[in-house]
Write a protein that binds this ligand. Structure first.
Ligand code: ZN
Length: 499
């Protein structure tokens, strides 16, 4: 068979498997947004049937044949074709190399793990959760072994989320970030400047919806190819021409709804910017979670917490909520938007301290995988690390090691993406500013198109051609580093809290 034919057959098969995967995502979205409570069991059956069909499509033996053929003739392939083949090989191995028994056991363990975690957190009982966590760790290591990552199990977990990234690279980046960030957080915590906690109260949900729609549309989210709905936890799913975002509304925390929605808008615009004709292959696939987070974080933080952005939207906010904003000055509003206050809880953390929460989890996770840290010693290690990094000691495990859901279903190696995304966002931001110094003037006029077009060209339309490290080098001319993030945090927050 000719290479061209093998490639065409492979692409068709990949697109079919991908289409089934996106139907699964739609079912998941529907479950969190629309599903009647009595329909949960029926939906579980639908989801399982679809997952089976998707797995069958992704593990079709003919894919292995086409891949073998293409790999044998790799010298004759273009760069783009090689990218497609390389990713398809990775996905095919994942779909075929894990024994069926293992996959089943792991799924059961994952759902058992979630319930064990929820119970342990409610009862503040780490000891009841420890055996589950130990088992999850064992499953993760076994999975890495099946896929040829024996001895580099934590790297495998990282690579699942961020292709090309390793624990050693992250360790170096995070150490450098920590050295600059810990003193900055201490300085801000000691500052006499404090945001007014009660500045923004009583914002009607209807008004918030109106304002949020106006903002996200102006940023560039295409509502002809996506929508926003309400769910308990905000998320973004779907891709290409059908992107589904969610947010939630709280009358006394309007900034929570707004910034959650802007964050998801960043994810959504990335997915809308992927080349639709290539969906299902690596060329129509996002470049990993760090790059994804760089997009959500840049719109949420660098853009939407800037003075320029608020020169445009403050008058609109005041027009929609005249009574609620009457007693709040421009400076008070801006400070509320950029509030910094160290907290023990990651999901409540501000933009500055957030990164320390991630470093804490990464360092412990890494030690769990190398065996330097035993599961039973986690609570103590957590308390020590929280004191060192955040200057706070959790009084109970509920606000310490038990706070996050991720490890309960074996999602290790996921946390670092959040912080790597922040680094990449800041680095891309300064590159964009160097190319267009008047960026904030654009924002003040309500024009975000230059930035979006630049990201479209350099990030979105590139699909999975480049991983986070390659992308940083290509787009900014520098290797990925925490220096841009440190500079950005010191510039923005230093001006507010330390002058
Ligand atoms: Zn995100």
């Amino acid at each position: 068979m000719k290479t061209e034919t093998a490639l065409a057959e492979l692409t068709t098969a990949l697109k079919r498997a991908h289409a089934l995967g996106t139907v699964g995502e739609l079912l998941g979205w529907d479950e969190q947004v629309n599903l009647p409570s009595g329909a949960a069991e029926q939906r579980a059956g639908q989801s399982a049937a679809l997952a089976g069909a998707q797995h069958a499509a992704a593990s079709d033996a003919r894919i292995g044949g086409w891949l073998a053929e293409l790999e044998a003739g790799v010298a004759g392939l273009s760069e783009d074709q090689r990218t497609v083949v390389k990713q398809a090989r990775k996905d095919f191995d994942k779909a075929t190399k894990l024994p069926a028994d293992f996959v089943r056991e792991k799924a059961v363990q994952g759902s058992r793990g979630y319930h064990a975690w929820a119970k342990a957190r409610a009862a503040d009982d780490f000891a009841g959760y420890a055996p589950v966590l130990a088992k999850n760790l064992e499953f993760a290591k076994r999975e890495a072994g099946y896929l040829g990552w024996g001895g580099r199990e934590y790297d495998y977990m990282i690579d699942k989320n961020d292709p090309g990234m390793t624990a050693a690279v992250i360790g170096r980046l995070f150490d450098e970030l920590k050295r600059g960030l810990v003193p900055l957080v201490r300085e801000i915590a000691a500052s006499k400047v404090k945001p007014r906690a009660d500045a923004l109260r009583g914002f009607s949900v209807e008004g918030q919806k109106l304002f949020l729609r106006e903002v996200t549309e102006r940023l560039g989210f295409d509502y002809n190819r996506g929508r926003i709905d309400i769910s308990l936890h905000p998320f973004c799913s779907g891709t290409g021409s059908d992107v589904r975002m969610t947010t939630r509304f709280k009358e006394h925390e309007p900034l929570d709804s707004l910034f959650s929605a802007i964050h998801e808008t960043g994810h959504g615009m990335y997915e809308q910017g992927l080349p639709v004709a290539q969906l299902g292959t690596a060329l129509g696939m996002h470049a990993g979670m760090a790059v994804h987070e760089s997009q959500s974080r840049m719109w949420e933080n660098q853009v939407a917490r800037s003075r320029g952005f608020w020169r445009c939207f403050e008058p609109r906010l005041r027009a929609v909520f005249p009574a609620q904003t009457a007693g709040v000055s421009t400076e008070e509003l801006y400070l509320a938007i950029n509030a910094v206050e160290p907290t023990l809880i990651r999901v409540d953390a501000d933009e500055v301290t957030y990164n320390l929460h991630i470093i804490l989890r990464f360092e412990l996770e890494k030690k769990l995988f190398t065996g330097e840290l035993a599961v039973n010693d986690l609570p103590g290690a957590w308390r020590t690390a929280a004191q060192e990094l955040l200057g706070l000691t959790p009084s109970t495990d509920r606000v310490g090691v038990l706070q996050d859901v991720h490890w309960s279903d074996g999602s290790f190696g996921y946390f670092p993406s959040y912080c790597l995304g922040n680094m990449l966002a800041a680095q891309l931001w300064y590159r964009a500013l160097a190319l267009r110094p008047a960026l904030e003037e654009d924002f003040a006029r309500g024009d975000f198109s230059w930035l979006l077009n630049w990201l479209r060209e350099n990030v979105h339309t590139q699909g999975r051609r480049f991983d986070a490290l390659q992308l940083a080098q290509r787009v900014t001319g520098e290797p990925l580093s925490p220096q841009a993030l440190l500079r950005y945090l010191r510039e923005r927050y230093g001006a507010l809290y330390l002058s």
